[in-house]
Design a protein around this ligand. Structure first.
Ligand code: ZN
Ligand code: ZN
Length: 96
């Protein structure tokens, strides 16, 4: 059995990875090394910066907004903007 990701014959047990791609859910049988890498990538958070509105793969949580009417949400900024952002009360103004 070869790994679907790297094509190498796996030394250990193969893992099945489910990816939720744009084209639909896909199952791949991959070696442990690739499975770990895929899981790490899937876990990697990607958020939009509240200030510059760019997508960052290293978001910094700058505020947790709690709404009285429903579930709250988190506000993220990119590492470049985060230090200059105000604390929570002003984050609500930022979101306008
Ligand atoms: Zn592999
Ligand atoms: Zn930013």
């Amino acid at each position: 059995m070869n790994c679907d990701a790297c094509g190498e014959a796996a030394a250990g047990p193969l893992a099945t990875v489910t990816t939720d791609a744009a084209g639909g859910v896909r199952h791949r049988t991959v070696c442990q090394g690739c499975a770990t890498g895929a899981a790490a990538r899937a876990r990697q958070p990607v958020r939009m910066c509240v200030r510059c509105e760019r997508i960052t793969s290293a978001p910094v949580l700058v505020a947790e907004v709690h709404q009285g009417t429903g579930p709250g949400f988190n506000v993220y900024a990119c590492p470049g903007c985060a230090p200059g952002l105000p604390e929570l009360p002003d984050a609500l103004d930022l979101l306008g």
